[in-house]
Design a protein around this ligand. Structure first.
Ligand SMILES: [Zn+2]
Length: 596
């Protein structure tokens, strides 16, 4: 299904060789240089009014820098085959590095301001407006070392942690896996191999799984050594910087309480039977006696019918408008003012994203529309991000972008509004079942799988700290146990699955990050449950959350809607929605069976 919907970037710059672009970059570099000249080394001794002026100039520099950066990114994503787009992106990035070098001191020195001095600065009204931002960057203060110590850690990390991370990446991207199907052997990259787990033919999936296991086992010694080294490196870092448990640094930087994260995870674990129920249903739909780990992604039903672009737009806009007309109007602007690029063409980036640039400047959405139902949901998702950005426009630039845990608040919510609208449409039962199953598998991948992976990481780090270096079998046993707990008896995690922890990059690059996927998604499902309970009364409170942008911690944001995310019941309500979807899928499956 071809759509010729492209965006109009002319309100940023006139074109790739608009002279204003280079002029803007040079002016920014000059301003950053003067900023450093005026303030470097003096932040802690500035009078409140001077600090307010410095902060405001720092913010403006950050904001103005977004425009050339965004323009170059958007051009490149829209058409990377044009060599001038790559050259522009490179040029802009080099300027950004030069600007950044002159701005870095501001954050470092602001973090180092003694507490009593900082309290005085906050008495100035225009500094007080940035209280959340400043407190956030200063929250790591108790974990900061002296400057020379920090410098040594940073310099040595290139040959320490970063070197092992790179070794992992390079090993995995260079790895090929031998797949033998019907006597034919081919060499595949990891992502090519993983895509074979989605094949309808069971023997192909089984062979792909065996090939993955074999390829990982060949490199098991290396991957195990990297995992051990990084776990130990983290333990050393945590000890030196006074973090009392392995997850603490991650939660602090994400502005969430560890206790709240654990409440969310515990609630998910208590609902693992939802996952098991679904996979028992899937086994039945597939007509299999036993569901093995390589059957998890098996496609169940033929691809549903497609939806023309105009119908998709109307459906999404109407879904937002049914929630409240204001959001419908905002969604409509993306189409009438050409903020969306939906055409599929060579050289364009795959997937989808929404780029929010700065308050006062509208966002842009890129996607590749093929007319499938999941494309309609992607459109709803990205427009949700866009609406979030538009509403947050009343915030200053430094408080504009929502924090990680709240970043999906509007996108997933909009997706759910649209999903409900899709479900209400007339369609054959098989299509409805397919829609429900796709949605459920997406939710499971984000909520439950990430929960299980987080529990694996907790155990891995604890075991490394207690027992010293671990062998591959020990790590594999922790992995197998964490994953099996999620599936219960619905899926048999074969022996081969034991080594599949080895290729997950999050464990290597951003320890304990995976919770954020589960947290963000379940938070929104729970908000959606609240909306279903409260109806229209919920609307203004929800809009207040979105309008706050990144100006509050996630817990304080949700408190705006009277929600306490530290309470188990809040998360339970979200999990009930997921459970209800499984029940619905079971009902529709009975309808399908009853249809001749
Ligand atoms: Zn998103």
């Amino acid at each position: 299904m071809a759509v010729s919907v492209t965006w109009d970037l002319s309100d940023l710059y006139a074109g790739v060789d608009d002279p204003k672009l280079t002029a803007d970059l040079e002016a920014l570099e000059e301003r950053a240089r003067r900023f450093a000249e005026s303030y470097r080394g003096r932040i802690a001794s500035l009078a409140p009014a001077e600090f307010a002026a410095a902060l405001s100039e720092y913010e403006l520099l950050g904001r103005d820098q977004q425009f050339p950066g965004a323009y170059a990114q958007l051009l490149f994503c829209a058409d990377s085959l044009n060599p001038r787009h790559g050259a522009l992106l490179q040029q802009v990035q080099e300027h950004e590095v030069a600007i950044g070098r002159n701005l870095l001191f501001f954050t470092l020195e602001s973090v180092a301001i003694p507490d009593d001095r900082f309290a005085e600065l906050l008495e100035h009204p225009s500094v007080a407006n940035y209280r959340h931002y400043l407190e956030h960057i200063r929250s790591e203060r108790p974990h900061r070392l002296t400057e020379p110590e920090e410098r040594i850690l940073m310099e040595k990390s290139l040959t320490g942690r970063a070197a092992f991370q790179r070794l992992f990446d390079e090993t995995l991207s260079a790895a090929t896996f031998r797949l033998t199907v019907d006597g034919q052997t081919t060499e595949l990259t990891l992502s090519e191999l993983l895509s074979k787990l989605y094949e309808p033919e069971r023997s192909v999936r089984e062979a792909a799984a065996a090939s993955l296991t074999e390829g990982l086992r060949e490199r098991a010694r290396l991957f195990t050594y990297i995992a051990n080294t990084l776990a130990h490196d983290k333990a050393v870092d945590d000890r030196l910087t006074h973090y009392d448990h392995a997850e603490a640094a991650r939660h602090l930087s994400d502005e969430v309480e560890t206790a709240t994260v654990h409440t969310m995870l515990d609630a998910c674990v208590a609902h693992f039977d939802t996952v098991a129920r679904y996979y028992r249903l899937k086994r039945e739909i597939l007509g299999l006696d036993t569901l093995y780990h390589y059957d998890r992604y098996a496609p169940m039903l033929p691809e549903e019918g497609t939806l023309p672009w105009e119908e998709a737009c109307t459906l999404v806009v109407d879904s937002y408008a049914r929630f409240t007309p204001r959001l419908g109007e905002m969604a409509q602007r993306f189409f009438t003012e050409r903020w969306v690029d939906a055409e599929v063409r060579p050289g364009k980036r795959g997937g989808a994203f929404c780029m929010g640039i700065a308050p006062g400047q509208h966002p842009y959405v890129l996607m590749n529309y093929l007319g499938r139902k999941r494309d309609v949901l992607t459109l709803a998702h990205e427009l949700g991000h866009g609406i979030h950005d538009l509403l947050a426009s009343e915030q200053p630039f430094l408080e504009y972008h929502p924090s990680l845990a709240a970043a999906e608040t509007a996108s997933v919510f909009g997706e759910m509004l649209t999903f409900d609208a899709l479900l209400r449409q007339e369609m054959p039962s098989r299509e409805r079942l397919s829609l429900l199953c796709n949605q459920l598998e997406d939710i499971f991948a984000t909520v439950f799988r990430q929960t299980a992976m987080y529990r694996f990481e907790q155990r891995l780090h604890a075991a490394r700290r207690e027992k010293g270096e671990l062998v591959a079998e020990q790590i594999g046993a922790l992995w197998q146990e964490a994953m099996q707990a999620m599936f219960g008896d619905s899926v048999v995690m074969g022996e081969g699955h034991r080594d599949w922890w080895m290729y997950i990059p999050h464990f290597i690059h951003t320890p304990f990050y995976v919770y954020a996927y589960a947290f963000g998604q379940l938070l929104v499902i729970a908000l959606y449950a609240r909306y279903q309970q409260e109806g229209d009364a919920f609307v203004p409170r929800y809009l207040e959350i979105l309008s706050a942008g990144g100006s509050r911690r996630p817990a304080d944001l949700m408190a705006l809607a009277g929600i306490d995310i530290s309470r188990r019941q809040f998360w339970e309500d979200g999990l009930q929605v997921v459970d209800g979807l499984v029940t619905r899928a079971e009902e529709v499956w009975r309808e399908v069976q009853a249809t001749p």
